[in-house]
Design a protein around this ligand. Structure first.
Ligand SMILES: [Zn+2]
Length: 56
């Protein structure tokens, strides 16, 4: 069982839990993480669209 460190309080918690038992902070994909992921997807789609429009 892997132990990860909470970003907020520094407590070592199991990597299986999604929230820190001490402070309640989300340990897995956070909202900023999701925004970053969406940004990457939009960026990749943008490149593909530009590539298609360039050929026409
Ligand atoms: Zn914590």
């Amino acid at each position: 069982m892997a132990m990860i460190k909470c970003r907020i309080c520094g407590k070592k918690v199991s990597s299986k839990v999604s929230r820190c038992p001490k402070c309640g902070a989300a340990l897995k994909l956070s909202i900023p993480g999701m925004i970053f992921l969406i940004f990457i997807i939009v960026f990749v789609i943008g490149i593909v669209v530009v590539a298609i429009l360039d050929k026409v």
